[in-house]
Design a protein around this ligand. Structure first.
Ligand code: ATP
Ligand code: MG
Length: 263
């Protein structure tokens, strides 16, 4: 069986308006993500992580290479790919329920089918009791839960997440990580998760793609062979496989940052 997401030889340059030169953001990226896998992506700031995600989301045209989901080439945005960004992608004028069910409303899914499905996602992300609230009445963590549920409810083939938990406090962040792990178990979604946090990358990833400094290339892939059911922060802090993976990822990322500083 072929992989869910396949990226081959993906290269991207941005024009620089001021100098007339180009910024080489991605250099011949090759990667595969298997069905049901959660991969994390880490690398120094500016190495091209968001560029990769925006290309996969279909928001940015790419100049060279091939990208496909379920064998279908990516040519623009599509409902097969759900995206969660750092800023909450929820609509301020819609309640929690109507944000989460928005995709189903657009598809004209009848109310009696939509409502139980939306409620299941409200419950899954722990927003039970807040169904009628508007985004301004929610905490940062709750807004992100709402954004995750909104994306999941549209049932994309793959979820693309770009630093989704970066703006919340440390305590909420570890709770959201544990919740995403639980969601990954419950839904078996294929997920690509970009983060700056080495802890987060090691905690969530089945594999972690460590990027080199710009132009972004995959430097090393670190396997994190820990069953999802065992992943919770109380246990991981004393888990030798987790600690070894985290130390390895940290070392790989720091080498890249040191190179950037020396340049
Ligand atoms: N729209 C754009 N126009 C021109 N250059 C851009 C644009 N977006 C990104 N870049 C450049 O491309 C490079 C990669 O940027 P990108 O946002 O993909 O990095 P990143 O790995 O996501 O960084 P961070 O970890 O800080 O979010 C950077 O040098 C950036 O300045
Ligand atoms: Mg980024």
């Amino acid at each position: 069986m072929s992989a869910k997401l396949i990226v081959q030889g993906l290269t991207h340059h941005y024009p620089d308006e001021y100098t007339g030169e180009t910024v080489h953001a991605l250099d011949a990226i090759d990667l595969k993500v298997e069905e049901g896998e959660l991969v994390t992506v880490v690398g120094p700031s500016g190495c091209g992580k968001s560029t990769l995600l925006n290309i996969l989301a279909g928001l940015l045209p790419y100049e060279a290479g091939a990208v496909s989901v379920d064998g279908v080439p990516i040519r623009g945005p599509g409902s097969d790919r759900g995206v969660v960004f750092q800023e909450h992608a929820i609509l301020p004028w819609r309640t929690v329920t109507r944000n989460i069910g928005h995709g189903l409303e657009i598809k004209n899914v009848p109310k009696h089918v939509r409502e139980p499905k939306v409620q299941a996602f409200v419950d899954l992300v722990g927003l039970t009791g807040f169904e009628g609230k508007y985004p301004h009445e929610l905490s940062g963590g709750m807004k992100q839960r709402c954004a995750v549920a909104r994306t999941l409810c549209a049932d994309p083939a793959i979820m693309l997440m770009d630093e989704p938990f970066a703006a919340v406090d440390a305590q909420t962040r570890i709770t959201l990580q544990e919740e995403l792990n639980r969601i990954a178990i419950a839904t078996k979604k294929t997920i690509m998760f970009i983060t700056h946090s080495v802890d987060e990358a090691a905690f969530l990833g089945d594999r972690c793609f460590v990027f080199s400094a710009r132009p972004g290339k995959i430097k090393t892939i670190v396997d994190i062979d820990i069953p999802r059911e065992r992943r919770n922060w109380n246990d991981m802090n004393a888990d030798s496989v987790f600690l070894a993976a985290r130390a390895r990822i940290l070392k790989l990322v720091r080498e890249e940052v040191a190179d950037v500083v020396e340049e």
